[in-house]
Design a protein around this ligand. Structure first.
Ligand code: SAM
Length: 112
């Protein structure tokens, strides 16, 4: 079995354009992505590239292990309705904070 996996991996052509190794924290923390750290988080560029490649505007995206909502933020920006699920209530709280639009007037009022 492990030999089969090894030979499969050896035959697999690696596309270096999926590495995103040039991305800095600043590159990956745009919009609300930088609100809070979360373990094993996707970088948003992976999500947007996958959504661009495999979905169209209006397609429904589901992330059953949603973590801190990277998929949901990118889906919203890209015009794809989405739903995420996570067993961790902290992940759900962070996600809600990241995807809930706030009226700029409310922010200005609170700031003042
Ligand atoms: C690697 S993280 C996902 C990170 C996410 N892709 C992001 O970019 O923020 C995996 C998530 O799966 C969640 N998880 C693990 N087991 C689960 C289960 N049985 N049901 C729902 N969520 C689960 C964990 O709480 C964790 O937040």
């Amino acid at each position: 079995m492990s030999q089969t996996i090894t030979s499969l991996l050896n035959k697999t052509k690696i596309d270096p354009s999926w590495s995103f190794s040039d991305k800095t924290r600043k590159d990956t923390a745009y919009i609300t992505h930088g609100y809070h750290r979360y373990p094993a988080k996707f970088i948003p560029q992976i999500v947007s590239r996958l959504a661009e490649k495999y979905t169209r505007i209006g397609d429904f995206i589901v992330d059953p292990f949603g973590g801190c909502g990277t998929t949901l933020v990118e889906s919203k920006v890209m015009g794809r309705p989405s739903v995420g699920v996570d067993i961790n209530p902290v992940a759900v709280l962070i996600t809600k904070a990241k995807i809930t639009p706030i009226d700029p007037k409310k922010i200005e009022k609170a700031f003042n």
